[in-house]
Design a protein around this ligand. Structure first.
Ligand code: ACO
Length: 329
């Protein structure tokens, strides 16, 4: 390790909506099969947020749980960062919605849109804000309601995504535990391969944009797959080199949960043993920015994160964006 960590995770919490949609349920909606979805992606079921509930509702629930875990009150937060591409609205931000719902009366609040890399972008930002002494307690949330932006007539995408939220409270390091390094990258030239084209200033909502189904997520799956493996390997290798940690010293690898074939390919290329990879996408599908904090929460509850463990987090998403973070627990 080159530097002592400046910040550490003080608490983790997550929220998964009660309603579950299985692959068999999807067989009744589009021309697909449970076998195709399992073989090509590893996904078996996903959670869907109930009608009437919002992104900030589920984000606030995850936030409450992370604060409880950290032993902190909402009013002790200096900043709330929500990573999401499925916000409550363009503005006000989802983070402001969370701020109001949890009563974080002293906190600044804003969203970041870096798709599936958003949570790691938020964590990198929180690490900087805390390491420089600008803030003491930052709440980072990854929360998505992708079901509301999924084209339920497009079998190539609707089988992939799910809803959920995960949150961490970040605070000053105790000198041993904490964020050893963080890395963020982007390549906007490839943005068209994964996007939601309608509703922005380029294509404001019209009858035509609705007829053309432009308000739903679009993805060139095969192309995205190739870039996902390449960029996540870059992100993992970069952070290991920067922190001086060898791949064999990583205790747990949590990749963005998009496709089990991508997760395996990344682990194989970075040379991280199979038993150190965490996978929960069979139960959640791809929850974009929520996938890593949802996984972190589950790992901790299942005892997969012990004191002293080095955990490598790696993500890739629309933009394109990619990011990594190495944490000592
Ligand atoms: N059920 C049955 N058949 C299907 C389905 C389905 N749900 N979806 C596609 N098919 C068919 C296709 O039509 C195609 O048929 P054809 O050969 O007759 O043309 C065939 O299956 C193969 O399609 P591919 O797209 O080549 O399948 P692939 O093996 O690439 O798997 C997938 C598709 C799962 C989308 C994969 O490409 C993938 O995981 N891509 C990466 C996604 C990702 O990582 N996203 C991360 C970012 S997400 C974010 O940022 C919000």
């Amino acid at each position: 390790m080159k530097h002592a960590p400046g910040s550490m995770i003080l608490g983790i919490g997550a929220f998964a909506p009660e309603k579950v949609l299985t692959n068999h349920d999807l067989e009744k909606i589009v021309d697909t099969t449970d076998a195709w979805i399992r073989e090509r992606t590893g996904i078996e079921r996903r959670h869907i947020l109930e009608k009437g509930k919002t992104n900030s509702d589920q984000a606030a629930e995850a936030a409450h749980r992370a604060l409880k875990d950290a032993g902190l009150k909402a009013r002790e937060l200096d900043c709330i960062i929500v990573a999401t591409i499925t916000p409550d609205s363009f503005f006000p931000s989802t983070a402001c919605g969370v701020q109001a719902k949890i009563g974080a009366t002293h906190a600044a609040a804003f969203d970041i849109a870096a798709a599936c890399s958003g949570f790691l972008y938020g964590l990198a930002l929180a690490n900087s804000l805390i390491s420089t002494g600008f803030y003491k307690h930052v709440l980072v949330i990854g929360s998505e309601v992708l079901s509301r932006f999924t084209d339920w007539e497009d079998r190539a995408t609707c089988v992939l995504f799910g809803d959920g939220a995960g949150a961490v409270v970040v605070g000053p390091s105790d000198g041993k535990k904490g964020i050893l390094g963080a890395y963020m990258k982007s390549d906007g030239r490839l943005g068209h391969l994964l996007s939601l084209p309608g509703g922005g200033a380029t294509h404001p909502a019209t009858h035509e944009t609705i007829d053309k189904r432009m308000h739903f997520l679009k993805m060139e799956g095969r192309e995205v797959f190739k870039h996902a493996v390449r960029t996540m390997v870059d992100a993992a290798e970069h952070i290991l080199k920067e922190t001086g940690v060898h791949a064999s010293d990583v205790d747990l690898l949590i990749n963005h949960q998009a496709n089990v074939r991508i997760i395996d390919a990344v682990a194989e290329r970075v040379e991280i043993a199979h038993d150190k990879i965490f996978v929960n996408l069979q139960d959640f599908g791809n929850t974009s920015a929520a996938s890593i904090p949802l996984a972190l929460d589950q790992c901790r509850r299942e005892g997969r994160l012990s004191e002293g463990d080095k955990c490598l987090l790696v993500a890739f998403g629309g933009g394109f964006t990619w990011a990594s973070c190495l944490i000592q627990f």
